[in-house]
Design a protein around this ligand. Sequence first.
Ligand SMILES: *[C@@H]1O[C@H](CO)[C@@H](O)[C@H](O)[C@H]1NC(C)=O
Ligand SMILES: *[C@@H]1O[C@H](CO)[C@@H](O)[C@H](O)[C@H]1NC(C)=O
Ligand SMILES: *[C@@H]1O[C@H](CO)[C@@H](O)[C@H](O)[C@H]1NC(C)=O
Ligand SMILES: *[C@@H]1O[C@H](CO)[C@@H](O)[C@H](O)[C@H]1NC(C)=O
Length: 285
Amino acid sequence: MARGLKICLVMTMVLAGLVGGEPHVPCYFIFGDSLVDNGNNNGLVTSAKANFTPYGIDFPYGPTGRFSNGRNLVDIIAELLGFQNYIPPFATATDEEILIGVNYGSGGAGIRDETGQQLGDRISLNKHTTQQAGLYTPEQYAGVLIHQYSQQIKTLYDCGARKVALFGLGQIGCTPAELAAYSTNGSSCVDTINNDVQLFDDQLVSLVDDLNNNLTDAKFTYINTTRISSDDPSRFGITVLNVPCCNVSSNFARAYSALSSTDAYPMDIRTLAQFSLQTFRSSYK
Ligand SMILES: *[C@@H]1O[C@H](CO)[C@@H](O)[C@H](O)[C@H]1NC(C)=O
Ligand SMILES: *[C@@H]1O[C@H](CO)[C@@H](O)[C@H](O)[C@H]1NC(C)=O
Ligand SMILES: *[C@@H]1O[C@H](CO)[C@@H](O)[C@H](O)[C@H]1NC(C)=O
Ligand SMILES: *[C@@H]1O[C@H](CO)[C@@H](O)[C@H](O)[C@H]1NC(C)=O
């Protein structure tokens, strides 16, 4: 559970208020991780950044910090909701823009503060932390996350959120990062991670029922990410699913292993590490 959840966690979408004219809701607030981040991490000390090419190659404004070649899913939903502009990141939103909505998404963020800490800074959904995932079975840990998540959702409710779309976790065990990190035991995905995802999603569905029963002047809905992303991607021309397009996250790997002779002078760190000082001395005699 913990392994998968470190990579991507919550996507919460809050549509506050009532329908009136155009757009379909007066404001739109977004919480989540790299799936929704649109620039909040640009100024943070973290390796979870996407404000350089090839991110943004198909986006009209180029690289913005979206972990995407183009729009991300909350941009598409903003369009469908009839917003004239994409919802600005918290990092740069003006006072006037905040009235329409803010995107708090931060790559590497999660329900728990320690999520993503291996990547660096991020704006987490919560400021207090509890114990480590290793203390729990996957099922117990899903319960702990759901409990903490429910508190956070109620805080949003107390702030006025009334229409809330809660995105379930998708098949994290099928992502290139997990496939590279863990054995699949002959399967096409890391099934243990996907099983843990299922435990969380099942409890999230129950939480949505609970919230709808308890908070009758608000409406919560579960988005079945697993279902939505299970259609055959080749229908949309996407045929390579198990490897990333580009080695973007490891630019500094070029310090270790140079891709061109100008990456390091006179040698990359790998060569330096293997370099025999004996040879070094003798060659400069
Ligand atoms: C690998 O798959 C086999 C056959 O399904 C199963 O018996 C075994 O427990 C699996 N091992 C791991 C580590 O998941
Ligand atoms: C909803 O109310 C029931 C009964 O009071 C309670 O057991 C449950 O924890 C509540 N759920 C949430 C998500 O607030
Ligand atoms: C979500 O989709 C999966 C896969 O299609 C399905 O098994 C599951 O029942 C769906 N969940 C809900 C709450 O409808
Ligand atoms: C990414 O880097 C790895 C390790 O250096 C290499 O094996 C792989 O071919 C690279 N992939 C692409 C698409 O450049």
